[in-house]
Design a protein around this ligand. Structure first.
Ligand code: IPM
Ligand code: MG
Length: 360
């Protein structure tokens, strides 16, 4: 019997559908070469779901995601929906699915492909060989803390959000980070703002406690402002960085840019059983949607992460990574990662090239 997997496809908005289409080509090609059977269930999320069903996360979308073996998401959001009431905005769909599926561990690797060193805005020697992993807590912290809202106080508008963490929430993301570090360079840098915030003080304490279960991994701590600076000063000092939801949001964009293109970076969001949702870390990029210029590689590499972390098919994951490397070696680039002399290709052609490399 062929191994059978059900994958929920949530293309979303902007360039989401275009890049997911290329990832589907890759999935279908894997099915051909490797005799696995894939059931792909496509459902709307974000602005597309609002248009179709009046809500960014319809119940059916959540059900389909919940009952799949893994979820592949494109991107959500766009100017069209920015003025909607907050609960109906596309981003709510994304935050909702993360939270409903308890995907607390967000892995955001920043890997520099040697072929793309010149695309980085930093000097080649600072970024060459870069391979760092940001582990971002994804379902807690100030993104979800209560109280929150905008109200009238003392006769004027008053905005409030709360940065909150239970120790159990800190411990579980800590364990994630340490276990990943065990399979890499065995160093965890925990990023916080413990010099100012009580919630960070607790974060630091709990990270220390968790670290005692991992004597083979070295733990260090860094304040987030310094971490932002160190990321652009000497990013190769880091192996695994673990941090809260908001700090991770900011630092992972910064780390992404070190590699030259946010169009290259995949991510995984996992629950405690390694069930996961996989998505490119770039957004919906509405300005370039529908023009066949978006880079599908981040989504294709998200498929690779999905095979590795949720479907236990590390060999297939390696195959995809190799195909991406081969296509880059041949000088093919989408516009976002191109330099003079490169062969610039569109979204669809890049997908076809990866499929050809896989099948050759
Ligand atoms: C990300 C994005 C999201 C976040 C937005 C779209 C809600 O920036 O995945 O990093 O802030 O988490
Ligand atoms: Mg972000």
């Amino acid at each position: 019997m062929n191994q059978k997997y059900t994958i929920a496809l949530l293309p979303g908005d902007g360039i989401g559908p275009e890049v997911i289409k290329e990832a589907v080509k890759v999935l279908r090609s894997l099915e051909k070469i490797l005799k696995i059977e894939l059931i792909l269930n496509e459902v709307p999320v974000g602005g597309a779901a609002y248009e179709a069903e009046g809500h960014p996360l319809p119940a059916n979308t959540l059900n389909v995601a919940q009952s799949a073996d893994a979820v592949l998401l494109g991107a959500v959001g766009g100017p069209k929906w920015e003025s909607l009431e907050r609960d109906l905005r596309p981003e709510r769909g994304l935050l909702g699915i993360r939270s409903e599926l308890a995907l607390f561990s967000n892995l955001r690797p920043a890997i520099l492909y040697p072929q793309l060193a010149s695309a980085s805005s930093l000097k080649t020697e600072i970024v060459s060989g870069l391979d760092l992993m940001i582990v971002r807590e994804l379902v807690g912290g100030i993104y979800f803390g209560k109280p929150r809202g905008i109200e009238i106080r003392d006769g004027e508008r008053f905005g409030i959000n709360s940065a909150t963490y239970y120790e159990s929430e800190i411990a579980r993301i800590g364990h994630s980070a340490f276990q990943i570090a065990q399979k890499r360079g065995k160093r965890v840098c925990s990023v916080d703002k413990a010099n100012v915030l009580e919630v960070s003080e607790l974060w630091r304490e709990v990270m220390e406690e968790v670290s005692s279960s991992y004597p083979d991994v070295t733990l260090s701590h860094m304040y987030v402002d310094n971490a932002a600076m160190q990321l652009v000063r000497d990013p190769k000092q880091f192996d695994v960085m673990v941090t809260s939801n908001l700090f991770g949001d900011v630092l992972s964009d910064c780390a992404a840019m070190l590699t030259g293109s946010i169009g290259m970076l995949p991510s995984a969001s996992l629950d405690k059983n390694s069930f996961g949702m996989y998505e490119p870390i770039h957004g919906s990029a509405p300005d370039i949607a529908g023009k066949d210029i978006a880079n599908p590689l981040a989504t294709i590499l998200s498929v690779s992460m999905m095979l590795r972390y949720s479907l236990n098919q590390a060999e297939l994951a390696d195959k995809i990574n190799l195909a991406v490397s081969e296509v880059l070696d041949k000088g093919y680039r989408t516009k976002d990662i191109s330099a003079a002399g490169d062969k610039v290709v569109g979204t669809e052609e890049m997908g076809d090239l990866i499929v050809m490399a896989l099948e050759s």
